[in-house]
Design a protein around this ligand. Structure first.
Ligand code: P71
Length: 470
């Protein structure tokens, strides 16, 4: 039967459709294995999606980290690698791109984000100091703790509630930050650790007004602000969209202004910056840079390569340029929203509003009958894989680890399963397949049982933990 009144998806959602500002030049075939084979693969992986082989995965939404597609210009750049041990020309291109778009004076390459986190934590934290931040990120907090710091969450309360709609759920609560400074004294604050967007809150942004207010407070107390710039370009998109006065400003300009309020930034270039591997650390202060430049040779490599090949730095320099283009960011976040709109329309509980890089399924509301100690978000990730071969990531009690003092589980309010969208990789049709699979798993939710952890590693346990069905 023909549909008498066919509507495009854009029309169904009451808006003009957008399309990607690129066309496809090369394709990578996908493989889909049988349900029986997925069943076996899942048991072998201990119900942990990190332990699956990617050959057994159909649509891989584990992460947007290092999984993006590079452009023809970036691949051409790979051929222009200057693999000199010292002073590679590609380093200078990278340095120039970071200076131009993030505005910081001194730049060090690192092998990826956590390499930069290690360096800044070691240099900027004195053991016993506190590090206030807008919600934790796993690797960021661990490096802060390994350096003797104590992370303190100062994000607005709204961030912990997946149902509250707020335009800037990544904001720091200025009162919480002010109270902490009063309680422990400014000298006991290592720095403010500010991420935009906030990954664990659902990819939620920080407003320009908020960073201005943090700057003002910190200036009064002589406290530094360091940014986690991993998804700061996406953060700038939300400022352009939602904050009065920014609608007509290009994303590149907003990004630069945001960074101008900070003392430095670390970056996992595997996200916004459109490369498969890489990171960087950038600061303004000469003395601080001196220390970092000395330390980078211990952990990463000489200060002009930091663990990266020349070709990686070239692809990264070009990736930075491409990543700040308005049409790129609009279509990237548009695709994430498209998936979010479908799921919302079908009544599936997700974190609202939809953030920049992923859809976060709210496993608490998805599986209200599974207690948090039975890993509802981990269960949901396993069920999605079983249904369709889609790989997602747990972001709940398993990711939160244990309290260093009591040894008990940390029990985060957010118990989420993340469907993370790589940049420039999947099509709208893939998003349809994903939405349909989530719906199938949702429809049989009542008969789904939770998991028990059978193996627990000491550090970042979610990566290698094993589970079995209850
Ligand atoms: C993501 C990742 C990659 C990841 C890391 C840890 C557990 C699972 C997956 C990495 C980030 C990030 C932010 C905000 C620093 C890093 C570390 N995210 N800050 O979301 O999101 O960067 O992976 O390059 O070392 O899947 P790195």
């Amino acid at each position: 039967m023909t549909n008498p009144n066919p509507l495009t998806m854009g029309q169904q959602f009451g808006r003009r459709s957008w399309a990607e500002p690129w066309k496809i030049k090369m394709v990578e075939p996908l493989r889909m294995i049988s349900r029986e084979a997925r069943e076996r693969a899942l048991v072998e992986a201990g119900y942990n999606t990190f332990l699956l082989r990617s050959d057994d995965v159909y649509i891989d939404l584990l992460t947007d980290s290092g999984t993006s597609a590079m452009s023809d210009r970036q691949w051409a750049g790979m051929m222009l690698g200057d693999e000199a041990y010292a002073g590679s020309r590609n380093f200078y291109h990278l340095e120039e791109a970071v200076r131009r778009h993030y505005g910081f004076r001194h730049v060090l390459p690192t092998h990826q984000g956590r390499g930069a986190e290690n360096l800044i934590s070691k240099v900027a934290i004195t053991p016993g100091q506190f590090v206030p931040g807008n919600m934790y990120f796993t690797t960021t907090r661990l490096h802060q703790e390994l350096a003797g710091g104590q992370f303190v969450d100062v994000i607005v309360d709204e961030a912990h509630d997946p149902e509250v709609v707020h335009p800037f759920k990544g904001n720091v609560d200025i009162t919480k930050l002010g109270t902490l400074i009063e309680q422990v004294g400014a000298g006991q604050i290592a720095y403010v650790s500010l991420a935009g967007t906030v990954n664990m809150a659902g990819g939620q942004p920080v407003s320009m007004a908020n960073i201005r207010a943090i700057r003002e407070l910190c200036d009064r107390h002589g406290i530094r602000i360091f940014l986690d710039a991993t998804r700061l370009v996406e953060n700038a998109f939300f400022i352009q969209e939602r904050e009065p006065g920014f609608a007509d400003r290009p994303i590149a300009e907003i990004l630069l202004e945001f960074c101008s309020h900070a003392d430095g930034a670390w970056m996992s270039a595997k996200k916004d910056n459109l490369v498969n591997i890489g990171g960087w650390l950038a600061v303004n202060d000469d003395d601080l840079f001196e220390e970092l430049r000395n330390l980078v040779v211990v952990y990463e490599g000489l200060h002009t390569y930091g663990g990266l090949a020349g070709r990686d730095m070239e692809a990264l320099a070009i990736g930075i340029e491409e990543s700040v283009q308005d049409d790129h960011v609009r279509s990237r976040i548009g695709q994430v929203r498209y998936l979010g709109e479908l799921l919302t329309d079908w009544g599936i509980p997700i974190v609202q509003p939809v953030g920049g890089h992923a859809i976060f399924l709210d496993a608490r509301r998805f599986y209200p009958h599974i207690p948090q100690d039975e890993f509802p978000a981990q269960t949901l990730a396993a069920e999605l894989y079983l249904d369709s071969g889609i790989r997602s990531m747990e972001r709940g009690i398993a990711s939160a680890g244990r309290d260093a003092k009591t040894g008990d589980h940390n029990r985060p309010r957010l118990e989420l399963t993340r469907l993370t969208i790589p940049r420039r990789v999947y099509t709208q049709a893939h998003m349809d397949v994903v939405a349909e699979s989530v719906k199938v798993v949702f429809d049989v939710r009542d008969s789904t049982r939770g998991l028990r952890m059978t193996y627990e590693p000491k550090y970042l346990r979610f990566f290698q933990a094993r589970f079995e069905r209850l």
